[in-house]
Design a protein around this ligand. Structure first.
Ligand code: PGA
Length: 257
């Protein structure tokens, strides 16, 4: 990590309930203390608990940002089961995830839809965390860089330079997500550096240098510091370890330096 401000996101996925979401938020606020002044911290609870989590953050006067895990492309209308950027904003959301591998792999979202969601998020004035990463099969076939490059280029198609300061890229090797396996700091650094060179090609050196590229995939208190110490790793997107306030707090502490 260089002079980019670190970014740590807690992706709660489909976990917690109304009560434990509130408790976890309090625990996270407590565990992070004043470190949020040196790190951008966001939590991404399930939709039904956004208001609950937002209320706890406000009540504690916390700088932690409320994020959402997904959105749909239209502001309103006949889209059963979907949630719009406008609704999220109304609930106090700022950042929205796009292209998470669980949505790509389990729900079947392709690069084109991911790109539409990225653009919708940015057009609505929200921030976007675009997730990319290779599967084990692709890594074994030596396609890691090719896959990342394709997902970054496709995900950012028609995203303007002026919008880029509101974009964070999360490199999440699919084989490392929720498996306890982590990319080695060297492998992760290598993937991040390649992603940054794709950003340089798309937006020039200055914007590429300013964009946070965070790592996701079994990041935890025991490995966060050495990952974040790499020059092109600017933080993390945390799944499992974000469900324990103390663990998440330690990862934020590692990023705060
Ligand atoms: P994990 O999830 O930390 O549980 O591996 C990371 C993610 O999917 O964002």
């Amino acid at each position: 990590m260089t002079d980019r401000r670190p970014y740590i996101g807690g992706n709660w996925k489909m976990n917690t309930n109304r009560e434990t979401a509130a408790t976890l938020t309090r625990d996270v606020v407590e565990a992070i203390g004043d470190r949020a002044s040196r790190v951008d911290v966001a939590v991404f609870p399930p939709f039904p608990y956004l208001l609950t989590v937002g209320a706890v953050l406000r009540e504690r006067n916390s700088p932690i940002t409320l994020g959402a895990q997904d959105l749909w492309l239209n502001p309103d209308g006949a889209f059963t089961g979907e949630v719009s950027a406008e609704m999220l904003e109304d609930c106090g959301v700022r950042p929205v995830l796009a292209g998470h591998s669980e949505r790509r792999q389990v729900i079947g979202e392709a690069d084109e839809l991911v790109n539409l969601k990225v653009r919708r998020t940015l057009e609505a004035g929200l921030d976007c965390v675009l997730c990319v990463g290779e599967t084990l099969e692709q890594r074994d076939a030596g396609e890691t860089d090719k896959v990342n490059e394709r997902q970054v280029r496709a995900g950012l198609a028609e995203v303007t330079p002026a919008q880029m300061p509101r974009v964070v890229i999360a490199y999440e090797p699919v084989w490392a997500i929720g498996t306890g396996k982590t990319a080695t700091p060297d492998d992760a650094q290598d993937a991040h550096a390649k992603i940054r060179s794709v950003l340089t090609d798309l937006y020039g050196q200055h914007l590429a240098d300013a964009t946070r590229i965070i790592y996701g995939g079994s990041m935890k208190p025991g490995n966060a510091a050495e990952l974040i110490a790499q020059p092109d790793i600017d933080g993390g997107l945390i799944g499992g370890a974000s469900l324990k306030g103390a663990d998440f707090g330690q990862i934020v502490a590692a990023a705060a330096g």
